[in-house]
Design a protein around this ligand. Structure first.
Ligand SMILES: C[S@@+](CC[C@H](N)C(=O)[O-])C[C@H]1O[C@@H](n2cnc3c(N)ncnc32)[C@H](O)[C@@H]1O
Length: 275
């Protein structure tokens, strides 16, 4: 739905989106396990009514969601899980499997002759489709693997862990895989210790959530802290061409920080020479 200034004005005069979003936050506090589970997009962003939420008007909120939510201002209790899930995992994140086939092929090839157990960390894993796909690829080589996905939204981590997507009811349940865990956490301060043979980070670097030099430095430090001996970081993205400059900047900072970097900006392979 195209949203223009006139529409915004009309809708704001009837029902200011900040008030609607504030009532969603109140509902979230009632029905979600903890207030930290309220989707980040509903966070209060300013003190004044007009700037209190990220959406300029109700139609902007509706366009963020799948069409089934268009024009909806009243909700039943039964609908709330699907609405909160859609707000935590908007379709524009595009987390479907099958988007990084070259990366998967490399993953299989590189890890085929590694000794012992492989450990996989997927940073910014969203609802976990990519994590499951990478884990299945490694299990397919016959080795023992443990995998952890970390993502920003607790609701995404819950959906990933349970293979349950209230906002996408038609989807079949994903296969149950051994050794798979999901956590909510920030990529720039990961809630993990240990060392991983492969770190995946797809669709995060240079996107709307992570594009400042400070965030890139923190992410690279987290990669260095958690990468095991002989390990590799694979960072892919399918962003539009407008994000190239941010990706090139990330690559430059990685090289300056001593990483060996190969591949194109949209499909990076990072190693630490002395690991
Ligand atoms: C475009 S999606 C990509 C998801 C998945 N990696 C894939 O390729 O299918 C970006 C994901 O990163 C998560 N995210 C954003 N900022 C983050 C942060 N600071 N730390 C961890 N995850 C973050 C978002 O919640 C979202 O699920």
């Amino acid at each position: 739905m195209p949203v223009d200034a006139e529409w915004r004005l009309v809708y704001e005069s009837y029902l200011p989106v900040a008030e609607f979003v504030a009532s969603l936050r109140r509902l979230g506090r009632l029905v979600l396990p903890h207030s930290s589970w309220i989707p980040a997009v509903l966070a209060e962003t300013g003190r004044h009514l007009a700037s209190r939420c990220v959406f300029p008007s109700l139609p902007d909120l509706w366009s963020y969601l799948p069409p089934v939510w268009e024009d909806r201002v009243t909700l039943t209790v039964e609908e709330l899980p699907a609405l909160f899930a859609a707000l935590a995992d908007p379709s524009r994140f595009g987390t479907a499997a099958g988007r990084y086939p070259d990366q998967l092929a490399r993953l299989r090839e590189w890890t085929a002759d590694w000794p012992g157990e492989r450990t996989l960390l997927d940073v910014g894993c969203g609802t976990g489709e990519g994590t499951r796909e990478a884990l299945a690829a490694l299990l397919g080589t016959g080795c023992k693997v443990r995998a952890v996905g970390v993502t920003r939204e607790p609701l995404e981590a819950w959906m990933a862990a349970n293979g349950c997507f209230p906002h996408r009811p038609a989807e079949p349940l994903p296969p149950v895989l051994p050794g798979l865990h999901f956590l909510a956490g920030d990529a720039t301060a990961l809630p993990l210790h240990g060392s991983f043979s492969v770190i995946l980070c797809n669709g995060l670097i240079g996107g709307q959530f992570l594009r400042t030099d400070a965030a890139f430095h923190s992410l690279l430090s987290e990669f260095a802290r958690l990468l095991g001996p002989g390990g590799v970081v694979l960072a892919g993205c399918r962003f539009h061409a407008g994000r190239e400059a941010a990706l090139a900047r990330f690559r430059e900072l990685a090289e300056t920080a001593g990483w060996g970097v190969a591949g194109e900006c949209r499909d990076l392979v990072l190693r630490l020479p002395n690991r």
